[in-house]
Design a protein around this ligand. Structure first.
Ligand code: KG4
Ligand code: ZN
Length: 339
């Protein structure tokens, strides 16, 4: 089965052709148009600009994905698109395009929850993953831990109380004038550090409920810059900036992983999936490998281009879902819930 997957929930416009086989999904093509140059000067995504840019990008990413896979619209068996959650103006670009293609070609159409997409990104490298799986979804908008009994179901275990982990990277990079998006630059800068700066203090939760908090990191970085204003001007070559990035990255990665062994034991998890943009982080990837080995969990972290938002993960999830009998009644949903 050949599936065209489309994704435009935030600032990446992406399309991919995926071949679903009995042995799992095969990536036939993946195209993504970045909008970093547009949002970079603002230090974050501007929803209105993202939506308008998607409208300009959607046709070329679809055409590019088909050409790269060496197939035409008539070869497709299904079209899958992100239904939500996300920025509604952004979502509507590929949502409308997917309906137009489905109508023109008489193709089965399926709307996919964005987070089910991130989970299914792990299916390319680990189609035989043992379940139940702990699923850590970490991006610019999400820091959520789920238990998955299979590839199409997510049960929430815990989530951040405030900022997402990706926001902590992006906001730190902004305060240090390192550029946008923050994750990749902080990661690179941390890896050049000779030594980490003073560690960040982990948050304490008095109510004893399982959760994370990352907004304190923002204040922590701000206070360090107030104490030493040169940090904001030093750039990626400054050893003090590198040390700060290293301790920030170490804090985020260790805080994210800390609750996992307890949950794995409590819920009998056999594997661990980490996906979403922050799953590209080098420190998180290496620490997760050590943790999985220690806990006897099979680890599945997609390759970096499949961790960030992409059409391939939507196609892979869409291949497992039942097509909608009446796509024309469906709409994008900025707050789409998992069922
Ligand atoms: O999944 P994604 O592409 O979009 C959302 O759904 O948000 O994730 C984007 C987030 C951004 O916050 C970006 O800074 C972060 O992923 N990110 C990283 C790395 N690469 C991207 N964070 C840490 N380390 C990285 N190497
Ligand atoms: Zn995402």
């Amino acid at each position: 089965m050949l599936v065209l997957g489309l994704e435009s929930s935030c600032d990446d416009c992406s399309a991919a052709v995926v071949e679903e086989t009995p042995a799992g999904p095969i990536l036939r093509s993946l195209v993504r148009e970045s909008q970093d140059a547009i949002h970079g000067p603002f230090g974050g995504v501007v929803p209105e600009l993202a939506a308008r840019e998607h409208l300009l990008q959607v046709r070329s990413v679809m055409a590019g994905a088909l050409a790269q896979a060496g197939v035409g619209l008539t070869d497709l068996d299904r079209i899958a698109v992100t239904r939500g959650p996300g920025l509604v103006g952004s979502l509507l670009a590929t949502f409308s395009a997917s309906k137009a293609v489905a109508w023109r070609q008489g193709l089965p159409w399926v709307g996919v929850h964005h987070l089910l997409g991130h989970l299914n990104a792990a299916r390319f490298a680990a189609p035989d993953l043992p379940f139940p799986a702990l699923v850590l979804l970490v991006s610019g908008g999400h820091t959520h831990l789920y238990l998955a009994p299979d590839w199409t179901t997510l049960e929430l275990l815990q989530k951040t109380r405030d900022d997402a982990a990706g926001e902590a990277f992006d906001k730190t990079a902004r305060m240090l004038n390192l550029g946008y998006p923050g994750g990749p630059v902080v990661d690179a800068c941390a890896n050049t550090a000779v030594k980490a700066a003073e560690p960040f203090t982990p948050p304490k939760f008095r109510d004893g409920k399982a959760s994370w908090s990352f907004s304190g990191l923002k204040t922590g970085v701000k206070l360090r810059i107030e104490r030493d204003p040169r940090l904001a001007q030093g750039g990626a070559g400054d050893p003090a900036v590198q040390g700060l990035c290293r301790s920030l990255q170490e804090a985020i990665s260790s805080w994210l992983l800390k609750p996992l062994p307890g949950w794995a034991e409590a819920r009998g998890a056999r594997s661990l999936v980490i996906s979403g943009g922050v799953a590209c982080n080098s420190r998180l990837r290496s620490e997760a490998a050590l943790l999985a080995a220690r806990e006897g969990l099979v680890l599945a972290i997609p390759e970096p281009r499949l961790c960030t938002d992409n059409g391939a993960m939507i196609a892979a999830a869409g291949a497992l879902l039942t097509p909608d009998p009446n796509p024309w009644r469906q709409n994008a949903d900025a707050d789409l819930k998992l069922v």
